[in-house]
Design a protein. Structure first.
Length: 429
């Protein structure tokens, strides 16, 4: 079988995958965002997941389009010659933390309209167990007129991209695969084996693969919630949490989790997908939701600790000037989706503080559009007499920054990430 591959969705997950497949197969990258497609066709990736030279090289190969190369488009008609469709669209939650499957269903509709006899559709978007069969396949059948497992076949291969991580890139992460029939599972597994250097693991069913993905991040969420709770307890006891974790970490099987703000498009979202499905089948998940509640409340907790430290130093709260360092959901990454640093910002503002936000990684237009905040992008634009400075994201640039030069006399420094020397800060998680 000659593979002509389509990647539906060119974000943090889809683009690196499209580039890798484009090195070996004729590949079409499809996205409905015209600005994103225009940017990528110019040879630049603003997510910084793919280097410009690498992107430009695979785009150049597509001009011949005989054996390999990546062609990027917003036109769904360009998908008609493909026989493998890989869906990598976002699966967010709404304001009530309920799964939003609209992007997934719309992508399935797009694929269904061009689906042909014998084609394969592989979903990588994180979902609850059973979502592919319950939500996606009926849409494919409706718009294609074909019957599942007769006219077309489906796979699920959960994404494991870690935004900003240049060590664990897509080809270096072992890939879980699955298929709707034993034969489809083999085809899909072999397809991924051809580009994933780390190898693959073929799960026994679509549901098993879906469940494996959603518990990976749920497990991390619960472990971080545990150390966040420890941080609250030890703070009341006057014990430094990081020192406790370092001591406990000398045991060979101690898990090295650290307290912090838990955001992003995976860890802060995926547990709600599992919880939703659990409730639908009649089980109320206690530990999963308890972990979510605790982690979702950490922004408010951090802000309250900063206020307490300011009061102890007799700093007038109303109108005080605060500098927040970092708005992205994690260090050395421009991704602001579901960042919990914004919770700290809003909570500090609720005390009528004057908060400046500095982040050299974040796109100012994106932050303005998403949160209505004008950020400071250049260090020379910072003031010199802040009443408090809060390090919320551990960007490498902040490690080299002498933040004391921006702090007023008697001001407070709070280190959410515990990356600054203990004796240079007033408080940390």
């Amino acid at each position: 079988m000659k593979y002509n591959i389509a990647i539906i969705g060119l974000g943090y997950v889809g683009l690196p995958l499209a580039v890798e497949f484009g090195k070996k197969y004729m590949t079409v990258g499809f996205d409905i965002n015209e600005n994103r497609v225009k940017e990528l066709n110019s040879g630049h990736d603003s997510t910084l997941e793919v280097e410009d030279k690498e992107l430009q090289k695979v785009l150049e190969s597509s001009k011949d389009f005989d054996t390999d190369g990546l062609y990027i488009t917003t036109n769904p008609d360009e998908l008609k010659n493909c026989n493998i469709f890989i869906v990598t669209v976002p699966t967010p939650t709404d304001k009530n933390n309920r799964p939003v499957l609209t992007p997934l269903k719309k992508a399935s509709e797009t694929v269904g309209k061009v689906l042909k006899e014998g084609d394969y559709i592989i979903y990588e978007s994180t979902v609850y167990p059973g979502a592919t069969e319950e939500e996606c396949i009926p849409v494919l059948e409706q718009f294609s007129g074909l019957k599942f497992n007769e006219g077309f076949f489906v796979g699920y291969s959960p994404e494991r991209i870690n935004p900003g991580d240049k060590k664990h890139t897509v080809t270096k992460i072992l890939k879980v695969t699955s298929g709707s029939t034993p034969e489809a599972a083999k085809v899909i597994d072999n397809l991924y084996k051809s580009v994933i250097h780390a190898g693959t693991y073929c799960a026994t069913s679509l549901k098993v693969a879906e469940a494996a993905k959603v518990i990976e991040n749920s497990q991390r969420d619960i472990n971080i919630a545990f150390v966040n709770e420890l941080s609250k307890i030890f703070n009341r006891m006057g014990i430094d949490t990081l020192e406790v974790l370092e001591a406990a970490g000398t045991k060979w099987n101690f898990l090295p989790f650290r307290p912090g703000l838990v955001g992003g498009h995976c860890i802060g979202v995926d547990p709600y997908y599992l919880a939703q499905k659990a409730q639908e089948v009649g089980y109320h998940p206690e530990i999963i939701l308890a972990g979510r509640r605790l982690n979702d409340g950490m922004g408010q907790y951090v802000a309250s600790q900063i206020i307490k430290l300011m009061i102890q130093k007799e700093i007038k709260i109303k109108g005080a000037k605060i500098l927040m360092l970092g708005i992205t959901f994690k260090e050395n990454c421009p991704d602001i989706r579901n960042t919990k640093a914004i919770d700290v910002y809003h909570e500090l503002e609720s005390y009528e503080l004057d908060v400046d936000l500095f982040d050299p990684w974040a796109n100012s237009d994106e932050v303005s559009h998403e949160y209505g905040i004008d950020i400071i992008g250049e260090v020379q634009n910072l003031k010199k007499d802040y009443d408090a400075i809060v390090l919320t994201v551990a960007h490498a640039e902040f490690l080299d920054l002498d933040i004391n030069q921006f702090l007023g006399s008697g001001g407070v420094i709070y280190d959410v990430k515990s990356i600054l020397p203990k004796d240079t800060v007033d408080g940390r998680l």
